[in-house]
Design a protein around this ligand. Structure first.
Ligand code: MG
Length: 253
């Protein structure tokens, strides 16, 4: 069941999204060689609380996970795609870091993810990151009334594959609102015109996850997912609203 949001409800998600974008910006500024993932998690927790919001991931148990999540961010390095644990690991020159975080503010959620190179990364890492960010924007651009979920997936997949990369299988974006994960699934691959029709009032988290090698994932004991062949992966995400005027990114400064 897809819950369409009123203008008032979208306003609330926009407010949550603005706080989230500011927290994301502070994290980006703090990320550098030698900084621990744990430090970034504590920074996110403190900033979210200070803004009067609640970390969305803390205590959340996603389907497929063995236990509730104990942190405010996911911090996934190199081959780890999503759900990476913010451990004491200190970022090294050449790492490709993915941060995923969400928050709840006045009953509504917002969700964002981004990829950051640490110091000097390989040219593949750089291209992969840039491609994934652009793929997200391609997907958002076609998130318009009367297009479909398949159009979003097609735009993302087509662009990623044109750059020689693969869409990671088994992980998707999602609807978002009063719940962190709502219907529909927002696939990163698809066929034009297929799937659910997009309507004004839909709020979606679009999040391409792209691999420089295998499209298959394996799940580690700590619930994080990595590419099956250890290939680099990248991840970008925005929360958007589909409106009469077109797609609006709600997780922007
Ligand atoms: Mg998400």
């Amino acid at each position: 069941l897809i819950k369409l949001k009123t203008i008032e409800e979208i306003k609330k998600i926009r407010a949550a999204g603005k706080i989230l974008a500011r927290v994301a910006q502070s994290i980006k500024e703090a990320v550098k060689e030698g900084v621990s993932l744990k430090f970034l998690d504590e920074l996110a927790f403190n900033l979210i609380k200070k803004a009067g919001a609640e970390p969305a991931f803390l205590g959340y148990q996603p389907s497929g996970a063995k236990k509730p999540y104990g942190y405010s961010i996911c911090a996934s390095v190199n081959e780890v795609v999503v759900h990476g644990i913010p451990t004491k690991y200190k970022l090294k020159n050449g790492d490709l870091l993915k941060i995923d975080l969400g928050l709840r503010y006045h009953e509504f959620y917002a969700d964002i993810a981004f990829t950051l190179p640490i110091g000097k990364v390989s040219s593949v890492a750089e291209r992969l990151s840039k491609t994934t960010q652009e793929a997200l924007m391609k997907g958002i651009k076609v998130a318009i009334i009367n297009n479909t979920i398949g159009d979003i997936g097609y735009a993302i997949q087509n662009f990623a594959e044109s750059k020689g990369f693969k869409i990671i299988k088994g992980l998707t974006g999602h609807g978002i609102g009063r719940d962190l994960h709502e219907d529909p699934f927002v696939y990163n691959e698809g066929k034009k015109g297929e799937g659910e029709k997009l309507k004004a009032g839909m709020t979606l988290a679009i999040e391409p996850m792209i691999s420089a090698g295998s499209e298959k994932i394996i799940q580690f004991k700590n619930d994080s997912y990595a590419t099956s062949d250890g290939a680099l992966s990248a991840h970008f995400e925005h929360t958007i609203a589909i409106t009469e005027k077109g797609p609006e990114i709600l997780t922007m400064l």
